[in-house]
Design a protein. Structure first.
Length: 740
């Protein structure tokens, strides 16, 4: 009888009865993959309990139906959707609760506002609703500074409201995922209060739940932070820059990752600080990456991890369908002599959880500054994969849920494979959110240092992610805006009223014809743009407030031109651009709140034609275009997915052959973005003009045959004669989808 014991495969394939399986793994580039020996038996017997990697992740196809002569191509295309997990074929809608809908007249959105609009998601075609943090919080950082994971912030409602939301979401066939930060807490959290007291007094437990250090003495005998790490979020904890062709504004005033804690008598670590004024300190300090009010949890402490797992189970047991984890790369701060501190798992910035323990100084990259950037020392740490695997095994493997992890401190496509590949012997995450494509308009990762970018740069980034993840068993997320980013129309195209609707539809066509799970941020489907104006009343985000404060202090009254540069940077990149309340109607405040109430952030008058009430019943609206694309994508898995790499064996090829590959054409074209999506039976061509000028594209030069093609979708309502035997003519910001 054939053994079913998993084998550890490494190196080149051996010559034995399991050679086929070794060769498959070798071809994939996974040389340490554990695979079951009964893969052949799976194909022959079609046993659903035998999987290539995980029975929960891989579902063998019905081979009888797939090989039936009577099965049409359309049925095969549609049936292939059944082989995907629900989160792979979903369209996810992100709700920023503060700006969605206010039902109690306090000017802030609430949980009841989401409940009241669940039918809106159904009408649009949404599958998953992702909501921003609803936990108890002092709200210094939009709720990511959590003081109690199991309590609902009274600003948003009650636990009864949350239970109603979960119930009503599921009743409509939708799923609900929560945003959560696991890398840090608020200083008000009971865990931190106990930990700081335990540093001086008798042990009260939780002594090592956060990062503490006595620091070191300088040449004058003053106690200073243990290293030169700069807090990476903002405020005076970083440098502030704004570029123009003739002026450069440099605002230095970087702050330490460490903050002195009087109660503990030590330094505490805050790796990403929101407010980080460095003050003369004389004793120990505390480590913080995310804000001087958001100390980092010590994931190396097993008690911390176990307690966080309990918090996750609490919400999963209530019925939520997963989490978007903030700062995931920061979770595991493994403090080691050979590498500086690195954080590993904060599901929003999830790659900060693992950090190194010897706290070495970062190399000097900012001349004249005491504090130096140290992201690489506290992101993607040495234990990040170990801890994520543990979290999956202890928590997520027991639920039909999804994990969506933010990798805000940087992750490459090959690194993302390690987090998400279905071929990992120990699963970690389902999806990651990467930021390379939204960092093109800044210098060296500094969002305030504006730069011009070229379309080929964007293509190369997207091409790498489209090809790398799925070819190695991973799965992409496709997105262009969220609560931390400006509006996609304003970033990738133009705010011009003449082209606004065309640009919104062009970007939608681009996003929904790429491989992966689509993420929409609220208002994106309405064609919302950056307001394009500056006022201190509209700057509610702590990051922007700190940047503007530092700019004013640096420029003073003698450099008004430098202040104008800072304003320009805020207008283009400030996070409040996407936090403006949604315009539901033409009523005051866009129907977001009661006409007599004052919204927490001033509503922007987009014009009556851009509100939801005006767009929903117009077939030419941006909203209707999004709905039609979501519907089309559900019916055409070629547009949603891609085959997983080289599959030379028919044993597995039958499972993948229905999913569409991605092939970018004419990569260096500075105006036109053209690519193919191809599966066994279908082939699509997407052609997008990213300029405000009419243009043409020679498709014959790229082996494209339009002789039997059919135009499926265009962002223009009227399609003129627009092609010759070798050229496609495109109007400004025109996009087309052909079936070849």
């Amino acid at each position: 009888m054939t053994s079913t014991r998993p084998l550890e495969i490494s190196g080149k394939p051996s010559r034995g009865k399991d050679t086929t399986f070794r060769q498959i793994c070798y071809d994939f580039g996974f040389c340490n993959v554990r695979v079951p020996l009964r893969l052949v038996a799976w194909k022959r017997k079609r046993e659903r309990d035998v999987s290539f990697m995980s029975s929960s992740d891989f579902h063998p196809i019905n081979t009888d139906r797939a090989q039936s002569p009577s099965a049409s191509k359309e049925c095969e295309e549609s049936d292939s959707l059944d082989k995907l997990r629900w989160w792979q074929k979903a369209t996810i809608y992100q709700v920023l609760i503060q700006s969605f809908q206010d039902t109690d007249g306090d000017g802030k959105g609430d949980i009841r506002g989401i409940v009241n609009h669940l039918d809106y998601f159904v009408a649009l075609g949404i599958d998953v609703v992702w909501i921003s943090p609803i936990y108890e919080s002092p709200m210094r950082d939009m709720g990511y500074d959590i003081s109690d994971y199991r309590k609902v912030n009274p600003v948003f409602g009650t636990m009864q409201d949350m239970e109603l939301l979960i119930q009503e979401t599921h009743r409509r066939g939708l799923r609900l995922i929560l945003d959560i930060a696991l890398n840090h807490t608020a200083t008000e959290h009971e865990w931190f209060q106990t930990s700081r007291r335990a540093r001086k007094g008798p042990s009260l437990g939780k002594r090592d739940w956060y990062f503490w250090s006595e620091g070191k003495l300088d040449e004058f005998g003053n106690r200073i932070p243990p290293n030169n790490w700069e807090s990476t979020f903002t405020g005076t904890a970083r440098s502030f820059h704004a570029y123009s062709s003739s002026l450069k504004l440099t605002l230095s005033g970087a702050g330490s990752t460490w903050e002195w804690d009087e109660v503990a008598g030590e330094f505490c670590a805050y790796f990403v600080a929101l407010m980080s004024e460095y003050m003369g300190l004389t004793e120990d300090q505390d480590l913080h990456i995310f804000g001087k009010n958001q100390p980092d949890l010590n994931w190396d402490c097993e008690e911390v991890r176990k307690e966080l797992y309990k918090e996750l189970r609490f919400w999963l047991d209530k019925g939520v369908d997963g989490f978007r984890v903030s700062s995931c790369v920061c979770l595991a701060v493994v403090l080691m002599a050979d590498r500086p501190l690195v954080a590993l798992a904060k599901l929003d910035t999830m790659n900060l959880v693992s950090k190194t323990s010897s706290f070495p100084d970062a190399p000097i990259s900012k001349e004249g500054s005491i504090w130096q950037p140290a992201n690489y020392l506290f992101a993607n740490g040495p234990h990040i994969h170990e801890y994520l695997q543990e979290m999956h095994q202890e928590v997520f493997s027991h639920y039909d849920c999804m994990t969506l992890a933010e990798m805000s401190c940087g992750v490459s496509a090959p690194e993302a494979v390690r987090y998400t590949s279905r071929f990992n012997s120990r699963p970690e995450l389902n999806l990651v959110i990467q930021f390379q494509h939204v960092e093109l308009d800044c210098h060296d990762g500094d969002k305030w240092m504006l730069r011009e970018w070229e379309l080929p740069e964007l293509k190369r980034i997207i091409n790498e992610w489209q090809e790398t993840l799925v070819n190695n068993g991973g799965w992409n997320t496709v997105w262009m805006e969220n609560h931390d980013q400006p509006r996609g129309i304003s970033r990738f195209t133009t705010n011009s009223p003449r082209f606004r609707a065309l640009c919104a539809k062009l970007l939608a066509l681009w996003q929904f014809t790429l491989q992966g799970t689509n993420l929409i941020f609220q208002g994106q489907e309405l064609g919302m743009i950056n307001p394009g104006l500056f006022s201190e009343e509209m700057n509610q985000d702590i990051e922007t407030i700190q940047y503007w404060k530092a700019a004013c202090e640096e420029a003073g009254t003698e450099a008004p031109q430098k202040l104008e540069l800072a304003k320009k940077a805020i207008i283009q990149k400030g996070r409040d651009n996407t936090r403006i309340p949604i315009p539901w109607t033409e009523d005051p405040h866009g129907g977001f709140t009661d006409p007599t109430a004052k919204p927490w952030l001033p509503a922007f008058d987009h014009g009556g034609e851009w509100c939801h009430a005006s767009q929903r019943h117009s077939p030419e609206s941006v909203w209707s275009f999004y709905r039609s694309l979501i519907t089309m994508r559900k019916a055409n898995p070629t547009l949603a997915s891609t085959p997983f790499g080289r599959l030379p064996y028919s044993l597995i090829l039958t499972w993948f052959q229905y999913y569409g590959s991605y092939e970018c054409l004419d990569v260096e074209n500075p105006i036109i973005w053209a690519y193919k999506r191809k599966s066994k039976h279908k082939c699509y061509l997407v052609v997008l003009n990213f300029s405000g000028c009419a243009s043409s594209w020679n498709y014959v030069n790229h082996s494209v045959d339009l002789s039997t093609s059919r135009l499926l979708k265009s962002n223009h309502m009227t399609c003129e004669a627009s092609s010759t035997p070798d050229l496609i003519f495109l109007r400004p910001f025109e996009g087309r989808l052909y079936q070849l």
